[in-house]
Design a binder for this molecule. Structure first.
Ligand SMILES: Cc1ncc(COP(=O)(O)O)c(C=O)c1O
Length: 406
């Protein structure tokens, strides 16, 4: 499609979305994008006052000081479109990651590009392959589009079993790898992801979700994007940057792959508050190391307390972990909520576990006090007798159909 006159030049974000709308895309646009709060808060919408909210992997620190100042300062200019601020953030991210501008897009969170990648590369003919337990959003999109969802158990060390993923789905369109993995907080090595990329079926992509990468020392697979591989990489400002409500995320990949994603929802320019806050956060060199240290310290203290008290959990590299309640987790979650401490949901394959987000140190003290009461029976939810181990095993198997219980 030619521009209206030859001198007229749309800013890059608007131009690309304007040109790439298609009939195929408009069908997929109708699908609701599933996000973490929808999964985490299927039951709770209005939290009581002073609630300890450690159920949705949010960052209690919120946006950094520079981000708050930048967002506040730009509000008076909210009557202007200022679409170049979107391009400014793309430029900042491209420079930081050693990529070309065409390899970066920003969105209102990473949920949108996740959803659109699944829509673009999986179909009734090409399945969606994910870990079990894994982050459910892409699986729900694939299901809604009629693509087969192939769930592959994590290894004994809770890494993605890339060889089993390859064997399980020779017809795959998308291999989704989340590292650190939501909900286990465990890593899949760079070499394993590389193996997956090198051995996957032709025409498929590896969708690597690095929503939580900044909380650990593990290497990113951004080098695979730089090398032009069939990799689409997601990052978000919702986690370490504490901007879940301000909404900003990014997708990185080869331009031809990103164009396919754009067909499922054009790339619009973004709210200026989120743009300036994300740019300011990205330029704050202290933010990531400082918040990684804070999270690791609080997480280490919680793990030490759990160890001292003989409770089980999966050691995690992220800002959340899986806590074993040693019973169907639902009554334990309810008994915690009774004490105003809201912990996270259950994954069907691990029915005795609940995912717990790392809050502030005082919040985790309250978590510990409440959990102690639940485990000693001082506070209970209204439940029947504790089921036997055999009954638990049966429930686990019957839940493996992929139903989400929040
Ligand atoms: C693994 C993973 N990916 C992506 C997202 C999407 O987050 P957002 O849309 O806030 O960027 C989340 C949110 O919790 C997540 O856990």
């Amino acid at each position: 499609m030619a521009p209206l006159n030859s001198d007229f030049k749309l800013p890059s974000a608007s131009r690309r979305s304007f040109l790439s709308l298609s009939a195929a895309a408009s069908a997929a646009l109708a699908l609701r994008i599933v996000t973490e709060p929808m999964l985490a808060r299927a039951r709770v919408h209005n939290f009581p006052k002073d609630a300890i909210r450690i159920d949705a992997n949010e960052n209690p620190l919120g946006p950094c000081a520079a981000a708050r100042e930048a967002a506040t300062a730009i509000v008076p200019q909210g009557g202007r479109y200022s679409d170049w601020l979107t391009d400014d953030l793309v430029k900042t991210l491209a420079e930081m990651e050693g990529l070309k501008l065409e390899q970066v897009r920003v969105y209102a969170g990473s949920s949108e590009p996740l959803h659109h990648t699944v829509a673009a590369f999986s179909s009734r003919q090409r399945s969606y392959v994910t870990a079990d337990p894994g982050y459910e959003a892409g699986m729900i999109t694939a299901n809604a589009l009629g693509a087969k969802v192939v769930k592959v158990p994590l290894t004994k060390t809770y890494a993605h079993d890339v060889k089993a993923m390859l064997t399980a789905a020779p017809d795959a369109g998308v291999f989704y790898v989340c590292s650190p993995n939501n909900p286990t907080g465990t890593l899949t090595s760079h070499s394993d992801i590389e193996y997956l990329v090198e051995n996957k079926p032709k025409g498929s992509v590896v969708l690597v979700d690095e929503a939580y990468i900044h909380f650990c020392d593990a290497p990113s697979v951004m080098d695979l994007v730089r090398a032009g591989k069939d990799v689409i990489l997601l990052r978000t400002f919702s986690k370490i940057y504490g901007m879940a409500g301000l909404r900003c995320g990014a997708v990185f990949g080869r331009p031809d792959l990103l164009e396919k994603i754009e067909n499922y929802g054009g790339w619009n320019f973004m709210p200026i508050t989120a743009m300036v806050a994300a740019s300011a956060s990205s330029k704050d060199a202290q933010l990531v190391p400082e918040r990684r240290r804070i999270n690791a310290t609080v997480r280490g203290e919680v793990f030490a307390w759990l160890d001292r008290n003989g409770y089980s959990y999966i050691p995690s590299e992220a800002n959340f972990f899986m806590l074993d309640t040693k019973r169907p987790a639902k009554p334990a979650i309810d008994a915690m909520a009774k004490q105003n401490v809201f912990i996270g949901r259950i994954w069907p394959v691990m029915p005795t576990y609940s995912r717990v987000t790392i809050g502030t140190a005082p919040e985790m003290d309250q978590f510990q006090a409440a959990f102690q009461k639940v485990m000693t029976g001082a506070v209970t939810a209204s439940v029947g007798a504790m089921p036997s181990a055999g009954e638990l095993g049966k429930r686990k198997r019957s839940l493996e159909g992929g139903v989400i219980r929040a």
